[in-house]
Structure formats: C-alpha cells, structure tokens
Design a protein around this ligand. Sequence first.
Ligand code: ADP
Length: 753
Amino acid sequence: MIRARPGGLLRRLLLFILLFSLCFTVLASTVQLYFEYRREMRDIDSRMELIRAGYLASLERSLWDLNQEQLNVQLRGLVDFSDVARVQLTSPDFDVLQGNPDPVGPLRIDRFELDYQPPSGPVRHLGQLEVSTDLGAVHQRLYATGLTSLLWMSVFLCGLAVALSGLFYRLVTRHLQVMAEFARRIAAGDWHEPLHLDKSRSGNEDEIDTVAHALDDMRRAILNDIDRRESDRLALQDNRDELLRMVERRTASLMRAKDEAEAANLAKSRFLATMSHELRTPLNGILGMAELLRDARLDEREGKRLEALYKAGEGLLSILNEVLYFARLEEGVSHPEPVDFSVHQLIDEVLTLLEPRALGNDTLLHCRIDPQVAGLHHGAEQFLRQVLSNLLANAIKFTEGGHVSVEVVVLAQAPGQTGQRLRWRVKDNGIGIAPQMQQKIFERFTQASEEVAQRFGGTGLGLAISKHLVEQLGGQIGVESEVGRGSCFWFDLTLQPATGVAGVAPSSEPGQALNILVVEDVALNRDVVSGLLQRDGHQVWLAEDGEQAMTQCSVQTFDLILLDVHLPGISGVDVCKLIRGTAGPNRHSRIFALTASVQPALVRGYLDAGMDGILAKPLKLETLRQALAGQSAMPAPPHDDETMDWPLLHTHRTLLGEQKLQGLLAVLRDSILQHREAITEAIEAGDCTEVAHLAHRLAGSSDSLGFRALANVLRALEEAAMVNDESALGGLAPQLHEQLLRSQQTLADLLHT
Ligand code: ADP
C-alpha cells in the first residue's frame, strides 16, 4: 500500500504559492521600477524645460551685460536644483563652473545655446550652458523604492500563502486524513463506526461532504452485504444441520430395517433348518420303510411302484436339500455327486412315478429316446432326476386330457469334448405360457399368472431349481410355448461315458446273523434300523440313550453296537469311550457311529474315540450290509503303515464320495505348498510364534485326512514352539522336511488330476 507522506499536498501547495508569488513580486517590482524611472526622467526633462524657459533669458541678459556677479548668482541658483551636479557656462568672455567640478556617478548632460537679440541688429551668439544631472542619485532612489516594494510584497505574499495553506488544511487535508483512517478501519474489518468529520454542518454541502457520504454509503453497503451473507450462511448451516439430522434419522431407520431384515432372515433360516430337520427325520423313516418293503413278495408292477416310491423319497430328500440350498445361497454350494446311471432307467423311473398323476389328468405319457443315446453315463443322476421330475410334473399339471412326452436326442458334440451332448425335451399340449412370461418363470417364486397360481397352486420354485441345477451341470435350459397350444421345455447337457468305478453298487448278500445293539433316540429311526437288521436275520436290541446302552452293555456281549452320535445326555462319542475304557464284555466289540455329520475333522474324532467305523444317515441297507461284511465302514486297510491312516482315508471316501475326498486332498496339497516355505523359514529364524501358528494350522488338516506322521511332526513342532524351545525346533526340521516330501508324494498319487 502506498501511503502519502503526511502534509505532502499541503507542502506542495505552499511551495507552489510561494514560487508563484515570488515570480509575481519580481515582475510587479520590475514594472513599478520601470514606471518610477520614466517619472524621474520626465522630472529631469521638465526641470530642463524650466531652466530653458525661466533662466536662459536672464542668463543671456547677464552675459550680454557682462555682469559676472549676476551670472554667478544665477548659476548657483541652477545648481540648487535637485540632482543637478554641475553647471558650466562657456563664452568667449567667461568660463564659469558651479557645483561639483568632478562628479562620480553617471551623468546626463544637457546643453543650451545662449543667444541675444539686441534691440537692433542680428541675433548674437554669446556662449553655451552645460547642465549635468547626477543620474546616480536617481538610480539610488529607484533602488530603494524597488527594494522596499519587493520586501512588502514578499511579506504580504508569504502571509497569504501561510493563510491559504492553513485554510486548505482546515477545509481539505485534515478531512482527507480522517477519510483515509476510516478507509483503513474498514479494510481492517471495523465496519460499525460511521465516518465522522470534524466539520460545522453549514447548510451547503461541499465536495468533501459528498465524498464522505459516498464513503459512509459504501460502509453501510458492505455492512448490509456482510449481514446478508451471515444470514445466508446461517440459513445454509440450518439446512445442512437439518440434512445431517435427516441422514442420521434415515441411517438409523435403515439400520433398524436392516437389523429387522437380518433378524427375519435369521428366523427364516432357523425355520428352514428346523423344518428341513423335521421333514428329513420322517422322510428317512419313509425311505427306511420302503427299503424294508423291497424284500416283500411283490409282483413286478408293485415292485416298480415301490422302487418309484423309494426314488421319489430320495428325490424329495434332495428337493429338501435344494430348498435349503436356495434359502442359504450365500452360505454354500451343493455339489453334484456323479455316478454311473442309465438314461433309459432314469426316464422310466420318473415316468413310473408320475404315471398315477397323468392318469388322474387323463393325460398320456410318451417317451422317445434316440437310439444313439448310450446305455450308461456318468453324471449327477440325482440332479437330472430332479430336473426331469420338475418339468414332467409341470407338464402333467398344466395339461388335462392331452399328451406329455419326453424326448432325448443326441446333439453334435463340439470338437475336443468327450461324452455325449444330449437335448432333453418335455413337451405337452396344455395351457401354454404367454411370451412375456417365458423368461420370468425361471426366476424364484415366479408363476405365469395369478389365475394359474390360484388354480394349480405350487411354489414357483421348481423351474428356478431346475435352471439352477442344469446350469450347475454346465447346461442350458429354455422353453418354447404358445398360449392354449402347449409348451416344450428343453435342456442341453453333456454326459460323460460311464466309468464303471463308482457304478451302480452290486447288491451284497446278508452275512451271518449277529447280536446287534442299536442306540438311537428317534423312535422312527430305531424302527427303520432294527427293521433292516432283522430282515437280514440279525438279533437286535434297542437303547434310547447312553445310559440304557451302558446298562445293556454291562450285562451282555454284542457283536456290533450302532451308536447314534447325537444322543440326549451323554453323547455317542462319550458312550464309545466309556465302553472302550471300562473292562466289560463289550470292550472289544465292533462299534459304528450312526450320524449325518461326516466332516473329516468329526470323523477323525469318532475314530479317535474308539469307533470302528461310521455309517452315514439316512441309513441304507446296502451300506449296512457292506459295513457288517467289513467292506465299508471298517474296511481292511490297503496297506497299513506308520505314516498314513489308510482306514481313515477309506472311511472318508465311503462317507463323502471320491469327488469330495479329492477336493479335500487338493486343499491339503495346496495348503502344504503354501506353508512349506514359510514354516521352514520360521524355524530357521527361530520365530516360535509363527512356527506354532503354522504348525497348528497344518497339523489339523493333516490329521483329519490321515497323514499321521506329518501331523505328529507338526504337533511336536507346535509343542516345542509353545515353550520357545528353539533347539528342539532345529532338531525337528529334517523330520518335517522328510514328512512334507512324503506327504506331497502321497497326495500326488492320491489325486487323479
Ligand atoms: P410351480 O409349478 O410350483 O408354480 P414352477 O417354477 O415349476 O413352479 O413353474 C412356474 C410357473 O411356470 C408355473 O406356475 C406355471 O405358471 C408355469 N409353467 C411351468 N410349466 C408349465 C407348463 N408345462 N405349461 C404351462 N405353464 C407352465
């Protein structure tokens, strides 16, 4: 900011006035001197004229008369004139000089000719008079006058300048200073004090007042603007606060809604889990009873129906599982279990099952299978059965007095692909589906129309499940339909050729009669198991819980004890431990666990408790027979060795199926690959915490899958790491290395892929 020097303007004004007055004074004095000089010159002229007119005649007379005395008096008279310095008369007779004979300063010399006119005769020249005027005196006078006037004028002008400056200061400068101070205050943010000039409020406004008013108006405008902004800001703040409160309220209500939804979802899941459990228990009973009926004397038609009933039960079980799966989509994925099966047989069974319904609808069922379709395939038969049943059931449901047909044709297989690509068609000439609904009906809980839903019932889940299953098998599903003319649902799938390994199990024959104790808390299950066993000629005892079981075990020897794991009170595992731990008649009897929970870690626990094998629920006669014959639940180990628990692995294979076991083994392989380096490094670095952590993780899964030696080394490592025994860690390192290598080799052998 440029600040004016205080008083700068005033000083300049003063300087200007002084300069100007000086020039003016000098000029005025010069003019005055000039006029004074002219006046002096005129005075001298008039004096000379006076001499000429008044004295010349008498001088001529005195000269003519030769009166010297008179002449002298007259000349002295002339010298007395002011400023006349010297008078000299020159004639043939006289030469008179009066006054200062030798004056100094500059002189003005006037010469007069002296002539006389005698009464007679011509004019006679008598001489000459010379008057010298002293100009020095004139000059001195002029100088004094000029100086005086200059002095006075200067004094006057200086006074004027001072007065003007004072006036200017009073009228302008001081107000300007106040205004500048005011502007500075405004700039510093002091907008509230108005501009006040120390000035008498006379009627007329001058320019200073105008500027002052303008400045004060500006201050007020700024103040208004600030006020307006402040109120805007407050309004904005209010809005923002309100918005924040709104967001908070919304968030809170959303959180509540989310909590409620989560609670509802949890309740739904619990309900479904409970329901599925409640449904599965009687269903297992139904399946068991059907199993029992198989041996009854039935004619072929009844046998077929029983078979259909059994398969339907199984289908229902898988539907139940699928509904559960749909309810908990995010929780897990259902894995199809591929088996060897016959397409012909599958279709035959599904049709048999649905025949009664078709008859009830006056609908005829047809089946056409491409002769090229192979006799046996390998694939997820349960899924296929499910899809086919869904589509056929729908076709029959929505067709009255018409035709429903199933067709399977072989499609051209893409090059490089193995197996047969099949197109399955389920055609009907029923009510048909409107074009706009043809895609939607594949969504969950969607039905073609309200009217259809009311008339035919249903859940709207069947097609969604079918689509899901087909897609999970790598296929596609679709529909072509026309309202009133019928529908054709189709799906394409590639089925692999039969492997012959996990094929349709050969029926085993009942072995020798045994004394068997069945410990099971659910009555229906008890009946099923005992029914199955008695049919094969075994003698069966029943116990409802652990206590009853222990009582019976103390008095009688059994060849076999079947123990439900989840018993009320003392659990099946503990019952087994008790039997094995106490010296009783059954200490060395065979004990099988009966359970639906067959995760490897749990199975490991059952075996560790002293069980000889595990039978998965729902119990099937075939598995039971194999177990009793020693084929399945307690199989003879292929080669027992220190490092591997082959029986455990075999149990897993039986319980879970080859595919799931392969998956678990692959997980172990990856986990070893992933942790091998890290654990070796941790041992080298003596990082006990990390060793304990890694060893613990790896030991768990190795143990569950029967990698006994590896698990042992890892446990030893874990224990050493827990007590910070670094030297023991170092000692175990070579063993660990060896076991890791061996396990990896074993895994590579076990994994087919
Ligand atoms: P649901 O049969 O339990 O209602 P679906 O998912 O199996 O559930 O079928 C959904 C809807 O698709 C049915 O409600 C029906 O409106 C329509 N739909 C399915 N199949 C047929 C068919 N063959 N003919 C006519 N409409 C059908």
